[in-house]
Design a protein around this ligand. Structure first.
Ligand code: MN
Length: 227
């Protein structure tokens, strides 16, 4: 961990974003690592501004509030009912997962990106899904198929030392425990509706053009090293 922090922030944008996502025990909004308009024409500047500054900030605030409330509620046993604690636990999972996924989402996109993965990441994708093309097919279908709000995520699964595609509902439902998100795609309507309206598959198709595979490869190497 020390080595990661000291040597690889500049070439590991995901780690850099996660380091900026908390400070002194309080969760914080990591800065967008490029301009709001940097992902044009694939993702529009107004969507990026609202999504990062308003939506992601709300998850940060919700997470800090849930954590503080869970810490405080134990001091008053009469208030710490199963119902009250359950609501806070749901808030912590929802906002905490939302904060993490958005932090990785920003860090794995960029201008002048897209193309195909290379190196060990490409080898692992091919091993896991048959081919890069097959991975894209299943990932896009997972993204298109989310019922309501959620994510498609390429994740590292440490028990099997393999890559998996996850289809997550909201931010936290249907997650596989212990996995590390390497490439999350937000398919909540707030991520695409201003430009793509109801046509989510067009947004997914455009998003491939802004995937920063170097960032994903660095995150994969880091996740494997911690296994
Ligand atoms: Mn979002």
């Amino acid at each position: 961990m020390e080595d990661d922090l000291s040597m690889s922030n500049t070439n590991n944008p995901v780690l850099e974003a996660l380091n900026a996502s908390a400070a002194n025990g309080v969760y914080t909004l990591p800065p967008l690592p490029y301009a709001y308009e940097a992902l044009e024409p694939h993702i529009d500047a107004e969507t990026m501004r609202l999504h990062h500054d308003k939506h992601h900030q709300a998850y940060v605030d919700g997470l800090n509030k849930a954590v503080a409330s869970l810490k405080a509620i134990g001091a008053d046993p009469a208030a710490a009912t199963p119902g009250a604690v359950t609501i806070l636990e749901e808030d912590q999972a929802f906002h905490g997962s939302g904060h993490l996924l958005h932090s990785v989402f920003w860090a794995t996109m960029g201008p002048n990106a897209g193309g195909d993965p290379t190196g060990e990441l490409a080898d692992a994708i091919t091993a896991g899904f048959g081919s890069i093309a097959a991975f894209r097919t299943v990932f896009a279908a997972a993204a298109a198929g989310v019922k309501g709000s959620g994510w498609a995520i390429l994740s590292y699964e440490p028990v099997g030392d393999r890559l998996i595609i996850q289809q997550v509902k909201q931010h936290d439902l249907q997650l596989v425990a212990g996995t590390t998100p390497l490439l999350p795609l937000d398919v909540w309507e707030h991520a695409y509706y201003l430009k793509y309206r109801n046509v989510r598959p067009d947004y997914v198709k455009a998003w491939w053009n802004v995937v920063n595979w170097n960032a994903v490869a660095a995150a994969y190497a880091s996740a494997r090293a911690k296994r």
